[in-house]
Design a protein. Structure first.
Length: 203
């Protein structure tokens, strides 16, 4: 390497936003168990085929399962004519069962949350980047919709520390390991959700 030149690895961290939706992280959601207060998961019903499009994750029937206490739950999208009404994503509650997300922590006067480990890592890559490039329409993309406090450079260190706390929480499951921020706030979007014209319910 020529003296005085920076290697690519030593340059500023970059993040390229390809337009990923929040829905792409909704395949597996860690939540607070409604029975024992430990960690439960919300996933699509296991007997269904994998979705052809990630947007179907907002409509597929769901199961809530707690490995610790055995609690279970079932959710199905509302049927309106030939359409299914999808879950409205966002906020600190699971969009299907309205349980508090397990992955929540207090951060710069706000609540930082994520659905799962992949979601944490995607947020960390974005927040930690000095250079951010958007290559897709912001209409449904996740990053343009993030709150300003989470995007600000002067909050970067605190937000990355908060994401580190979420990583640690993802490895925990007992009720007494639950974050003190993980409780119901009723801040879920009020939208009725998008429509999926399937011709009837999932079978």
């Amino acid at each position: 390497m020529v003296l005085g030149m920076k290697s690519e690895s030593s340059g500023p961290a970059r993040h390229i936003d390809t337009g990923r939706w929040l829905a792409q992280f909704a395949g597996r959601i860690l939540v607070v168990c409604p029975r024992c207060g430990g960690r439960a998961i919300v996933v699509p019903r296991p007997d269904l085929d994998a979705p052809r499009y990630f947007s179907e994750l907002m409509f597929m029937p769901r199961r809530l399962v707690c490995a610790a206490c055995g609690a279970t739950g079932a959710w199905e999208a509302e049927v309106q004519g030939a359409a299914l009404v999808g879950a409205a994503l966002g906020g600190t509650e699971d969009p299907f069962f309205r349980q508090p997300l397990w992955l929540q922590t207090r951060c710069v006067g706000h609540i930082l949350w994520a659905y799962n480990e992949e979601h944490i890592e995607e947020l960390a890559a974005y927040v930690g980047a000095v250079l951010r490039h958007h290559t897709a329409s912001p209409t449904m993309a996740m990053f343009p919709r993030l709150p300003l406090w989470l995007k600000r450079a002067d909050n970067r260190a605190e937000v990355l520390a908060g994401l580190g706390r979420l990583r640690a929480l993802a490895a925990r499951s007992a009720p007494d390991e639950r974050s003190d921020a993980a409780h119901r706030r009723d801040d879920r979007p009020r939208s009725g959700g998008s429509r999926f014209y399937r011709g009837g319910p999932y079978q």
